[in-house]
Design a protein around this ligand. Structure first.
Ligand code: SAH
Length: 218
């Protein structure tokens, strides 16, 4: 058996264990659980961390950034999918590409932006290797959204701004939802903001701990 096959077989069993853990945390959307089951998280972290890829924890991906814990990805994806199924979704903060890869199994068109070019390039290679062809990437400042492809049925931010960027609100379609952690400290709150015919409706979902959403790209 090659080392790679070894990882594949282990991850099959450990992936099922992860799904059970997510159910225990209150994740009920079966399509979300299925997408997580199907997506090999070990591909999205460095080889040295591959054995920890199916633990429900955030892990470092370099450049002081992290891949979110699976429960966080599950919770945000569930919140995004609630209601009319979105066709077109924008993610702010590609990072490892894991969240975008999950979205790509659930939504026809995924757009994702990242300010650190080296991370963006690695993510692009992973999407290519996994044959995920419905993801479009951009190296840019996510506080500006991605105006060329707006409006979006859903926007998901995986980095926390102190205040919700105006551009993201503007680029939501009517009925579209923005799932975003907001706050300037290490503790933030995860919010869902829905665009209505007349304005925006906001609700608080959960406590959250994300890396800060910075300004500009590098
Ligand atoms: N969704 C990622 C999580 C990555 S952590 C995953 O599944 O792995 C958050 C990411 O947001 C980091 O890669 C960070 O560089 C990026 N980020 C922070 N501020 C940003 C901004 N203004 N525009 C785009 N990306 C940003």
């Amino acid at each position: 058996m090659t080392q790679l096959e070894g990882i594949g077989m282990t991850s099959r069993r450990t992936r099922s264990r992860l799904i059970e853990r997510l159910r225990g945390q209150g994740i009920v959307n079966e399509t979300v659980l299925e997408a997580i089951w199907e997506t090999p998280r070990h591909i999205f972290v460095d080889e040295a961390l591959a054995t920890r890829a199916y633990e429900d924890t955030a892990l470092p991906i370099g450049f002081s950034q992290t891949i979110s814990a699976p429960v966080t990805v599950a919770r945000m994806t569930e919140a995004l999918l609630q209601g009319v199924p979105p066709r077109k979704v924008l993610e702010i903060g590609t990072g490892s590409g894991y969240q975008a890869a999950i979205l790509a199994r659930l939504v026809p068109e995924v757009y994702t932006v990242e300010r650190i070019q080296a991370l963006q390039r690695k993510a692009q290679q992973r999407f290519y290797n996994l044959r995920l062809r419905n993801i479009r990437l951009n190296h840019s400042d996510g506080k500006q959204g991605w105006p060329e492809y707006a409006p979006f049925d859903g926007i998901i931010a995986t980095a926390a701004p102190a205040v919700v960027p105006e551009a993201l609100l503007e680029q939501l379609a009517v009925g579209g939802r923005l799932i975003i952690p907001v706050g300037s400290g290490v503790q933030q709150e995860l919010r869902r903001i829905i665009r209505t015919e007349t304005g925006y409706q906001e609700e608080r979902l959960h406590e959250a701990t994300f890396v800060p959403m910075l300004t500009g790209n590098k």
